[in-house]
Design a protein around this ligand. Structure first.
Ligand SMILES: NC(=O)c1ccc[n+]([C@@H]2O[C@H](COP(=O)([O-])OP(=O)(O)OC[C@H]3O[C@@H](n4cnc5c(N)ncnc54)[C@H](OP(=O)(O)O)[C@@H]3O)[C@@H](O)[C@H]2O)c1
Length: 326
């Protein structure tokens, strides 16, 4: 994109990642239009000035997308369809995510958008990849199949207050002194601080060489989920014991995680299914394309805890409803 101040459409502005990207876009002086399903529920940023607007739309309603994308140079795709309280119908998100991405890429092509930046998940196809991680990759492929140059970023779990994976971790470690976990506890992952994710999203928009690429993003630490839980426990001064048992299936663990955390079943079930898959960066081109300081996990957890201690009002997204006293 030649324009150094592109007009940007932000989808997912009410979400964990989008809610934090919005102030960063406005601070960078970028004209930003937020596509939200309900303008009434959307907590607008205090910094919203003349370069800020909101449009109501739904990625599952193709008719609402043309108006949202009109005149936009670039778009952030920070949407997924997981959710709801139903345990039996939690897989419905797969079909919705495909339809949403197909609608979006068609509308973006028609509107002449030059760049899309999508944030999906890490994990390797063919590696018995979970439905959730496969679906995230499929969305990336659909978005990259259009004429618009799409950057697909792939991340493991993001550490930040209000994010579903972090809130699951927080409630589990806070509430259970002796944890009986299945084998996934020793799967390797490369979590990343939300602050670094925002830097990468913005950095990719402003870095022409990132156009059209699929790039892995991760923090500086490759650790197991057990390590992550113990890092959290140390940061909070909690003594925690984790015992591994071979018999606990991901499905069973998602049932009890569902009981213990306020994260909806429709999010817990797909995320827990993915814990069996290693999520580690294989392609590190991002380090040269967007050089930033990567935040170590101890520091990322402490930053998230500091935000939580300031109360839900500090969290710029609807996900602040997850920030309750444990
Ligand atoms: N959180 C993580 O740790 C993590 C890790 C790796 C990758 N990612 C990726 O980051 C992206 C954003 O995730 P997140 O954690 O920010 O999710 P989130 O907090 O659950 O937010 C999801 C957003 O999608 C919007 N949305 C859902 N369906 C929509 C539709 N049909 N039309 C328009 N908007 C719709 C929601 O709007 P409503 O408010 O209207 O529901 C919400 O703003 C996703 O692609 C996810 O896979 C997240």
């Amino acid at each position: 994109m030649s324009d150094s101040h592109p007009k940007v459409l932000l989808t997912g502005a009410t979400g964990f990642v989008g809610g934090r990207l919005l102030p960063a876009l406005l601070e960078a002086g970028l004209s930003t239009r937020c596509l939200v399903r309900s303008a009434e529920r959307f907590r607008k940023p205090g910094t919203g000035g003349p370069g800020f607007e909101t449009v109501e739309g739904d990625l599952l309603d193709p008719g609402s997308l043309a108006r949202a994308l009109e005149g936009m140079d670039a778009a952030f795709y920070l949407v997924h369809s997981m959710g709801g309280r139903s345990i039996s119908r939690y897989r419905d998100y797969i079909d919705r995510d495909i339809r949403a991405a197909e609608n979006f890429v068609r509308a973006a092509d028609a509107a002449g958008v030059k760049r899309i930046i999508y944030l999906g998940g890490l994990g390797e196809t063919g590696d018995n990849l979970s439905d959730h991680l496969s679906s995230r990759q499929m969305v990336g492929e659909i978005l990259q199949s259009g004429r618009v140059q799409t950057t697909a970023l792939r991340a493991a779990n993001i550490i930040g207050a209000g994010g579903a994976p972090f809130e699951m971790l927080r409630y589990l470690v806070e509430r259970i002194p002796l944890m009986v976990c299945p084998r996934w506890i020793d799967t390797k992952c490369q979590p990343i601080a939300i602050q670094n994710v925002i830097e990468y999203l913005l950095g990719c928009l402003l870095q022409p060489a990132a156009a059209g690429l699929t790039l892995d993003i991760g923090g500086p630490d490759i650790i197991t989920y057990r390590d992550l839980m113990l890092i959290y426990a140390r940061a909070r001064g909690l003594k925690r014991v984790i015992v591994t048992v071979p018999v606990l299936t991901p499905k069973l663990s998602s049932y009890w995680i569902n009981l213990i955390t306020p994260v909806p079943a429709g999010v817990v079930m797909p995320l827990v299914e993915g814990l069996k898959n290693e999520v580690i960066c294989k392609d590190n081109r991002i380090l040269d394309l967007v050089p930033i300081r990567l935040i170590p996990m101890e520091e990322a957890v402490c930053m998230a805890l500091a935000e939580i201690s300031e109360g839900p009002g500090r969290i710029p997204s609807m996900q602040s409803c997850l920030i309750r006293d444990v």
